[in-house]
Design a protein around this ligand. Structure first.
Ligand code: BF8
Ligand code: SF4
Length: 649
């Protein structure tokens, strides 16, 4: 077995890898191997190429080379690089949010007739948050005013972003005291780019505070806006059953894989694929239907709202093409590999780029026009159908697919636990206090070819639920665990500890809850705040027995997310590699100092997922101790001990 086979996620992938290689296609793991050895300076974050006096690199073993040409030291270089990663991630989430805001406004004004306001209750709630008069007004008028106010927050120059005041009061005071409350979304991203350019901010602490302000403009700004407006436009998710993994592709149907992040496009592709005319057209080409499946976060979006199956997570994008049954892979923005066009050339798949922001040579570009969204989507679907007869003889759909339940928005969790009429987090808090649930962990983020596909996610999540930690998930991590069967209610009795299993079985939920795409990490912030506000678990997010992790992270977006988790008071562990290890100052600040300055919340780096899970459990236990609820937990352990003794005797 070569390296590629070992890392690509088990037996189901092997025939696909073989057929890719036979067809002359390269896969991500092949390219990863050819990149070895990767640069040590880059890996530890000790190089800078911000200006052309460089590139400079700080060699930790060469005392003569401790400064860049401009005099920048390793802490500055490292903090600048880290801050730029945060800015990149924040820009990605927030620019997505800007597109959603524009379509929301167009829909409210009647300029994008294929989109509509679906969740009026959520619209009303949000309008009230923004101080908008709702009584006696038409839904669309409220929406226009709300959309205009939200749109202004991207370019806002002074003041505070609105959702900052959703956080626990104590957290808001900490942020205000440190001067890290974001003033406007774009402003923080631009200021970070300015302060990190040659010869500007050269104190790593000050750079990292600005990085924090930028990350908060993501989590409590751009990402939260995206989630809220998408819910209003497309519906707030509720639990939905579906299937996951490459086995969801269909031999007899036109397979369209949507890949990327913005549901503006994928939602319309779903509608177009159900159109009678389109279905007739597909039949005319010899297909029995049109099968839509997703990759990456746009998959999570349409899964949660329509039960559309998921073909795979980030590292499976090329494998999907090698099945030979994908007529079209439609991509918009983020996490799309340029190599898709090369792999697709070896098969019949058409890669269709649809966003004016993301072009790839060698693909078909059909620009998605949101103002005539359904027609655009139909044009794309028709192109896929036309490609159905072009399949060459050899196809291979892996047998693997798995049931899953998704769609646990913050609202659903409170309904499910508290009941429709008394929706609340009280039962969750009570079960944490009585020790049945030890704590809550958010396990999120990407795949990374540096580790075997999904392995870190699975090891960590299994360890957490076995120890009675309820796991909340988004992004590729959620897809990883879904493939392994952790996102079904039956997983509770199979994998969860006794206390957690008892709660899950009573309510009928899995021990691992799918909360959406990566922008929906904002739902985790809202859920954590709801736990604080419910009472009994302290008065800030940093008091809660909770922890966060991204065990296979790769994207700048993950760094932005981690930074706003930490700044919000959450202990957060990342795996694989850590981008500031060359700098003692920056690393120390993120791993220790932030905990003091931000009153809780620090980063940790631990590549071993078992050890990382243990760090999370230790943190949860220390929080239980501070809250004085560690006794309840001990009693449960004692009971189990007793039972074992009884059984043994
Ligand atoms: O935004 S988890 S690999 S797909 S970056 Fe990308 Fe990472 Fe997946 Fe979704 Ni999030
Ligand atoms: Fe080198 Fe300074 Fe230029 Fe960076 S900014 S490349 S450290 S001279």
């Amino acid at each position: 077995m070569n390296h590629t086979s070992e890392k690509s996620g088990g037996l189901g992938s092997l025939p696909l890898i073989a057929s890719a290689h036979e067809a002359g296609a390269d896969l991500v793991w092949d390219r990863f191997d050819r990149q070895q050895p990767q640069c040590g300076f880059g890996s530890l974050g000790s190089c800078c190429r911000i200006c052309s006096m460089g590139p400079c690199r700080i060699d930790p073993f060469d005392k003569g080379a401790q400064r860049g040409v401009c005099g920048a030291d390793i802490d500055t270089i490292s903090a600048r690089t880290f801050a730029r990663m945060v800015a990149g991630g924040t820009a990605a989430h927030s620019d997505h949010g800007r597109d959603v805001t524009q379509i929301f406004l167009a829909a409210a004004r009647g300029e994008s007739p294929d989109y509509a306001i679906k969740d009026v209750m959520k619209l009303t709630k949000l309008a009230l948050d923004y101080g908008i008069q709702v009584e006696g007004r038409k839904v669309n008028d409220i929406a226009v005013e709300l959309g205009e106010k939200i749109a202004l927050e991207f370019g806002q120059q002074e003041g505070e972003l609105r959702f900052i005041n959703r956080a626990p009061l104590k957290r808001q005071e900490i942020w205000r005291g440190l001067g890290v409350v974001p003033r406007g979304i774009d402003r923080e991203v631009v200021e970070t780019m300015h302060r990190t350019t040659m010869g500007v901010d050269q104190d790593y602490r000050s750079l990292l505070l600005q990085a924090t302000r930028t990350s908060l403009a993501d989590g409590w700004g751009g990402s939260m806006i995206t989630t809220e407006l998408q819910d209003i436009l497309f519906g707030t998710p509720y639990p939905t059953v579906s299937r996951v993994n490459l086995g969801v592709l269909r031999e007899d149907q036109v397979n369209i894989v949507v890949h990327g992040h913005e549901p503006l496009l994928s939602e319309m592709i779903v509608v177009a694929s159900r159109d009678k005319q389109m279905l007739e057209y597909a039949k005319g080409k010899g297909a029995s239907g049109i099968n839509i499946a997703g990759i990456c976060c746009t998959a999570n979006e349409i899964l949660m709202r329509h039960g559309i199956p998921i073909a795979g997570n980030m590292l499976q994008q090329e494998l999907a093409v090698t099945t030979g049954v994908v007529e079209a892979m439609i991509v918009d923005v983020q996490c799309v590999m340029q190599s898709l066009s090369d792999v697709a050339r070896c098969f019949h798949t058409k890669v269709i780029t649809a966003s004016p922001k993301a072009n790839i040579p060698g693909t078909v570009h059909i620009e998605f026009d949101e103002h005539r969204a359904l027609d655009s989507a139909k044009e794309i679907v028709k192109t896929a159908i036309d490609n159905f007869p072009c399949r060459s003889g050899k196809t291979h759909i892996p047998a693997e697919s798995m049931d899953m339940v998704a769609g646990f928005s913050h609202e659903t969790i409170s309904y499910m636990l508290g009941g429709l009429f008394r929706a609340s987090y009280r039962p969750l808090n009570d079960n944490i206090i009585n020790g049945r649930i030890r704590g809550v962990a958010g396990v999120v983020g990407c795949n990374n070819p540096k580790v075997p596909l999904d392995e870190n996610h699975l090891t960590m999540v299994k360890e957490l639920i076995a120890n009675d930690v309820l796991v909340l998930q988004t992004g590729c991590s959620a897809i990883a665990c879904a493939k392994a069967g952790l996102l079904v209610p039956e997983a509770a009795s199979k994998y969860a500890g006794k206390g957690l299993a008892e709660v899950c079985e009573t309510v009928g939920i899995p021990p691992v809850l799918h909360m959406g795409a990566c922008v929906d990490n904002s739902r985790l912030l809202v859920a954590a705040t709801a736990m604080v506000k419910e009472g009994g678990l302290g008065d800030d997010i940093s008091d809660l027995p909770v922890a966060g992790a991204a065990p296979e992270w790769m994207s700048e977006k993950a760094i932005a997310i981690g930074q706003y988790f930490v700044a919000s008071g959450v202990f957060t562990v990342f795996g694989v590699t850590w981008p500031t290890l060359a700098s003692e100052g920056t690393t120390d600040y993120l791993f220790k100092e932030m905990g003091n300055i931000f009153d809780g919340g620090t980063w940790a780096f631990e590549p071993d997922p078992n050890k990382a899970a243990q760090l999370m459990i230790d943190h949860i236990d220390s929080k239980r101790k501070s809250l004085g609820i560690d006794k309840a937990r001990e009693r449960i352990l004692y009971d189990m001990e007793m039972r074992r003794e009884l059984e043994g005797g």
